[in-house]
Design a protein around this ligand. Structure first.
Ligand code: NAD
Length: 437
């Protein structure tokens, strides 16, 4: 089948390459000409496991091409996936839908009758219905469906090729049949498929992110209580997670969530619910957000205590810049927020990350950066472990100890082997754990 994918960021690039690999003929479209040039040459503008290979295979085969032209998109295919960003509005907490609207308006001008436009962007409930009315004013017989994206950065290709479910929100049997044909290879492989109305599909996405964000903030709230009570949140979380009704994933206490999805999605959901008169139903999301941002302040304040009460004249090594391991994305990264605050309070900061240094440097040019872990830690008074890359779990604390000035470590992700580090002479600290545990 022929299709276009409009917006070639994290979601669009992966979706386009995966659809081409499933056998479809795909045209990726973006307003960013530099990005399109790089993609056309088979170079991914972002780091994701398996993406480079997939892209070069599908571009070389001719099944995947790229363009900056919506007119070309309209003449290339009758099925169009929309994957542009829906960030938080600058003037409030709601979603900024200007990019989605721009694509719809731009595309509609060129469409002949009989197209299907499928939204993948995360949007406030009611957006598909609003867009359908907007399109109807410009073009005849164009259907709108919503097919929210659930991929996780760090495993985006795997999540697209082997998703845990596919959700489509449609208003007519034709859209349903087209989407079934798009995903036919995955459906044959047994991927669970939920077909519903667009409003429910839009809500599934924000409900899922709200649930996961709530789980993270729940365990971080428990970490705060553990600090007050002298208890150990790492044992608490393991014991909670062992209960099959609760489950261990997303119950890791630490610095909290960031990135381009959870924070803005829970805020946009609360704002939309408010508009619908259902604000009270999801008012708890404001608390989830507050607990989350509090973990960044708590980390900075524990770091300051470990630095002797002030960062002035201190050297601080920061391990991790991306918002999560496996990704080079630094959008709303908790690690960089902490690094910037520590620097702003007077420390000399040197940041290491296995993949995200270029992106980090672009956003925080004033921080120091190091290409390897020993260089980041050289003469450090304090080491902050802020993003839980596997590379950091593989550090030998015996080797690292002679490089720092003072072997003090704050494990803000609660995943380093405390016994190992302590036996190598390090003083190891974490939120939600009594000193020495
Ligand atoms: P992104 O910022 O990485 O990419 C968006 C792309 O859209 C950019 O390349 C931009 O140049 C392009 N664009 C903007 N306006 C355009 C226009 N008028 N025409 C063509 N292209 C245009 O965003 P992303 O992280 O890929 O997220 C896209 C959507 O998917 C968002 O709604 C996000 O919430 C949702 N989502 C993201 C993830 C994730 O992990 N990143 C996961 C699931 C859902």
């Amino acid at each position: 089948m022929r299709m276009t994918v409009i917006g070639t960021g994290y979601v669009g690039t992966v979706h386009a390459a995966c659809m081409a690999d499933l056998g479809h003929e795909v045209l990726g479209v973006d307003v960013d000409a530099e990005r399109i040039a790089s993609l056309s040459a088979g170079r991914a503008p972002l780091r994701e496991a398996g993406l480079d290979e997939l892209l070069s295979r599908t571009v070389t085969s001719g099944r995947l091409r790229f363009s900056t032209s919506l007119a070309e998109a309209a003449s290339f295919a009758r099925v169009h996936f929309v994957c542009v960003g829906t960030p938080q509005r600058a003037d409030g907490e709601a979603a900024d839908l200007r990019y989605v609207d721009a694509v719809m308006d731009g595309l509609a001008r060129h469409l002949r009758p009989g197209n299907l436009v499928v939204g993948k962007s995360t949007v406030p409930v009611g957006t598909a219905a609003r867009l359908a009315r907007r399109l109807a004013a410009v073009t005849r017989d164009t259907e709108i469906a919503w097919n929210p994206e659930f991929l996780r950065e760090g495993s985006a290709v795997e999540d697209t090729m082997r998703p845990e479910r596919i959700v489509v929100g449609v208003t007519c049997p034709h859209a349903e049949a087209v989407l079934r044909a798009v995903y036919a290879p995955l459906l044959r492989a047994g991927v669970p498929y939920f077909s519903t109305d667009p409003a429910t599909a839009e809500l599934v996405k924000v409900a899922a992110n709200s649930f996961l964000a709530t789980k993270i903030s729940f365990i971080n709230a428990m970490a705060e209580v553990c600090d007050a009570a002298g208890a150990d949140v790492t044992v608490l979380s393991r014991a909670l997670g062992a209960d099959s009704r609760i489950g261990a994933p997303f119950l890791e206490p630490g610095l909290g969530f960031g990135g381009s999805c959870f924070p803005k999605d829970i805020r946009a959901f609360a704002a939309r619910a408010e508009e619908l008169g259902a604000g009270d139903s999801v008012a708890f999301l404001h608390e989830v957000d507050r607990i989350n941002t509090r973990q960044r302040r708590r980390t900075v304040s524990l770091a300051r205590r470990l630095a002797g009460g002030s960062f002035a004249g201190r050297r601080v090594a920061v391990l991790g810049a991306s918002f999560k391991p496996g990704s080079d994305d630094v959008r709303d990264s908790p690690a960089l927020a902490v690094a910037a605050a520590v620097r702003q309070q007077g420390a000399a900061v040197r940041v290491h990350d296995p993949q995200a240094l270029d992106n980090a440097r672009a956003v925080f040019p004033d921080l120091g950066y190091a290409l390897d872990i020993p260089k980041a830690c050289e003469d450090a008074d304090l080491v902050l472990h802020l993003t839980h890359w596997p590379e950091y779990r593989a550090i030998d604390p015996v080797d690292l100890a002679p490089m720092v000035r003072t072997p003090v470590l704050l494990d803000a992700r609660n995943c380093l082997d405390a016994r190992l580090w302590r036996s190598a002479g390090w003083s190891l600290h974490a939120l939600g754990r009594p000193i020495g545990v």
